[in-house]
Unconditional design. Structure first.
Length: 99
């Protein structure tokens, strides 16, 4: 609990051979993704970019992403360990998936 009705969510995500995630967004203050190990990718800057160990990106609040037809494939066997930090309104979902 950060006070003022906001809370922080910290998640460690490990995955391999992931070419994308379903379409979703994060309400409130946005998301910081830090690469603990491996290689990941994001289009948060407007263009696809690969991120490697000790690099990070920021996803602005309410940015709809995931499920993009132009998601580049990472080489077979590509794994990543990510630290994902989000700030959201207390009691509300921090990730909303879109059908």
């Amino acid at each position: 609990n950060l006070g003022n009705g906001m809370e922080m969510h910290v998640e460690r995500r490990n995955s391999c051979n992931q070419d994308g995630t379903p379409k979703h967004f994060h309400p409130a203050a946005g998301t910081l993704v830090y690469v603990l190990d491996g290689t990941s990718q994001s289009k948060s800057s407007g263009e696809w970019k690969e991120y490697n160990k000790n690099e990070y990106w920021f996803e602005r609040s309410d940015w709809v992403h995931g499920g993009e037809a132009d998601t580049p494939s990472l080489p077979e066997g590509t794994c990543q360990q990510l630290l994902v930090i989000r700030v959201a309104e207390e009691g509300k979902e921090h990730t909303i998936f879109i059908d």
